[in-house]
Ligand binder design. Structure first.
Ligand SMILES: Cc1cc2nc3c(=O)[nH]c(=O)nc-3n(C[C@H](O)[C@H](O)[C@H](O)COP(=O)(O)OP(=O)(O)OC[C@H]3O[C@@H](n4cnc5c(N)ncnc54)[C@H](O)[C@@H]3O)c2cc1C
Length: 472
């Protein structure tokens, strides 16, 4: 390990009593990410409880040029939140910074600290008859700070936008330890550059987010959920167009799921009961919701009925209780875990315009299965906002290492088809370490240079999450 004894002592003092550990067993769970693809080393983990402590830690890091890696719930999927293998990086975990500082129901806003777990933020909003709509399968562990730093997406983007759309104000500790407090609860504030957006999606490379004023929404009084079997992605997009017309902005979620993903969930996740005796080739999970007492059940039934007549839907299961709706969502949210249990898989979190989804799926599936016979595309995602998890599972019975040896070539092929469809190589998970080397190939050159200029200006010693996003 290359952190000197002097640094260990000084960072321990800066982080406040009881907030630092060098205990390898306590640190170990923070050194690997969810899929086990990234493993790092560090001798020191800091778990501050207060903004002042983070300020002192970063001031010291700035002075001593010590790299800091920030971690929230450690559910990120691009390897950014775990220390690298050098042993040089100090790990700063925000989980203890977890107070809800204020909630203002009339203003539809809530000030949450960075370490608040997303599911807790949702629950506290609900206890105040409000909705905090950000929702994703890792919400039981992911934190608000991580959500904002990755500009997380999830299942409700179609209606409410990405994480950055849900923020009114931000508090950030900058790399030199100074604190930027723009924790405004205002919906109108045109007083110059809107700096909060620099830090959202920056993946911890520009500072540590310590708190955010989050937007809340009226609690939905009516929610209807259905799973509809469709013959192919073209029919799914036809159904999407129909539902947008019939339900308007009550259409909250529209998630595409292929038969193989339903089969993997039924095989690996206890308690999953798919709504169809035989999984259809493709299915979509649909949610309509409204805070007004609209007859959304009628809307959904009529829309699905017309889609069946048009041949776009083969079969549909409408949830008749909150419990049934939860079961349908549980199936959707268990897909990542099910795929993980099936063996090695390669994730491609991509976006293309919604209108290009069918062509993209057709071209990319054919290209990959022709080049690597036996690999299994497991393509699911938030199709209503153009985001697909174009995941590839290893061939049945193959050795994981043999399959993973092709990961760069498989990603290269998929990303070239993404680019041909004017898409993005990272829809919602970010760049991290995983895609840092790819960014220069896909990002506009002027935009990338401006990103580097901003990084140099805000973090001149490159101490915040070095190597992530912009590479070395
Ligand atoms: C099963 C599963 C499903 C998922 N589904 C989705 C999905 O639908 N949509 C989606 O967008 N993501 C999804 N993710 C990815 C992940 O949950 C999100 O990226 C989440 O927002 C990360 O939050 P976290 O607290 O775990 O952050 P971490 O993993 O701890 O960190 C992620 C990044 O944020 C930085 N960071 C964390 N906290 C701070 C802070 N306070 N200040 C500055 N930087 C910080 C880290 O350095 C790192 O770069 C999923 C992950 C899993 C495991």
């Amino acid at each position: 390990m290359t952190l000197s004894a002097d640094l260990l002592t000084r960072f321990t003092a800066a982080s406040g009593p009881g907030n630092a550990t060098t205990d390898a067993a306590a640190i170990a769970p923070h050194l690997s990410e969810w899929r086990g693809r990234w493993h790092g080393r560090t001798a020191l983990m800091l778990m501050p409880r207060r903004v002042e402590e983070i300020s002192r830690i970063l001031a010291l890091a700035h002075e001593t040029r010590t790299p800091i890696v920030t971690q929230g719930g450690n559910t990120g999927l691009v390897g950014a939140q775990v220390p690298d293998e050098s042993g040089n990086e100090v790990l700063l975990v925000t989980q203890r910074l977890n107070a809800i500082r204020a909630i203002d129901a009339d203003n539809d806003s809530m000030v949450a600290e960075a370490g608040v777990v997303l599911a807790d933020a949702q629950r506290i909003a609900a206890e105040n008859d409000r909705l905090f709509p950000l929702s994703l399968a890792a919400e039981g562990s992911a934190t608000i700070g991580g959500n904002l730093s990755t500009n997380a997406g999830g299942t409700a983007v179609l209606r409410y936008g990405n994480a950055r759309d849900l923020v009114l104000g931000l508090e950030v500790v900058l790399p030199d330890g100074s604190v930027m407090n723009t924790l405004s609860a205002l919906r109108k504030d045109n007083t110059g550059y809107d700096l909060k957006h620099l830090f959202m999606g920056a993946e911890g490379t520009l500072g540590v987010i310590t708190a955010a004023t989050l937007k809340l929404f009226p609690w939905p009084r009516v929610t209807e959920t259905a799973f509809a079997g469709v013959p192919d992605p073209v029919a799914a997009i036809n159904l999407f167009r129909r539902l947008k017309r019939d339900a308007g902005d009550a259409l909250t979620a529209f998630e595409l799921v292929p038969a193989i993903a339903i089969e993997l969930a039924a095989k690996h996740i206890p308690g999953i009961r798919p709504p169809f005796a035989k999984p259809p080739a493709w299915a979509v999970l649909i949610e309509l919701s409204s805070s007004a007492m609209w007859p959304l059940r009628n809307v959904l039934e009529a829309s699905l009925g017309a889609a069946i007549e048009a041949g776009d839907v083969r079969d549909a299961a409408l949830a008749s209780s909150a419990r049934e709706a939860t079961n349908l969502w549980h199936l959707r949210e268990s897909l990542s875990e099910a795929q993980k249990r099936e063996g090695a898989s390669l994730k491609h979190d991509i976006a293309v315009p919604v209108s290009r989804i069918p062509a993209f799926i057709r071209e990319a599936s054919l290209a990959v299965t022709s080049a690597w016979p036996g690999v299994r595309p497991v393509i699911f995602g938030h199709v209503g906002d153009g985001n697909l998890h174009f995941n590839i599972s290893q061939p049945s019975g193959a050795r994981a290492e043999d399959f993973l040896a092709h990961q760069e070539a498989i990603a290269g092929l998929i990303h070239s088809i993404v680019a041909a469809h004017d898409g993005s190589i990272s829809a919602e998970h970010g760049i991290g370490r995983m895609k840092a080397a790819l960014l220069p190939q896909f990002k506009d050159k002027t935009a990338l240079e401006l990103m580097r200029t901003l990084k140099r200006a805000i973090d001149p010693h490159n101490i915040m999450n070095p190597g992530r996003v912009l590479g070395d």
